[in-house]
Design a protein around this ligand. Sequence first.
Ligand code: FES
Length: 124
Amino acid sequence: MADPVSQTEDQDWAAVCASAELGDEEMLTARVGEWQILMVRSGDGLSAFNDCCPHQSARLSTGRLRRGAIMCPLHGARFDIGSGRCVGAGYAPLLRMPIRERNGIIEVAPPPRSPAPDEIPKDA
Ligand code: FES
């Protein structure tokens, strides 16, 4: 996995689930405020993204996780689960969010703003 996005103590961390709820090579979603968050665990790596494809705002969590990438359910674009970068197509990268585990709890820190219209999954 790529380097995690920067983390600081003064970010607005939100506890979203127990660590045990997100298994290896699994995806899990949570809602924090207006943000729909997609969390992915792979080996020692943990990533959090906005659960919205940058192409046409499909909900990525309804896609598949395979070979280190999330595949969009609508047009099949693939996004690296470490960096969020689009693999094999020219779409923008996924919006990554800081994520950490503390005392058996997963916490995320979504941006301190509301999502833009194109950052909200179409079926939300
Ligand atoms: S909406 Fe995701 S690839 Fe088109």
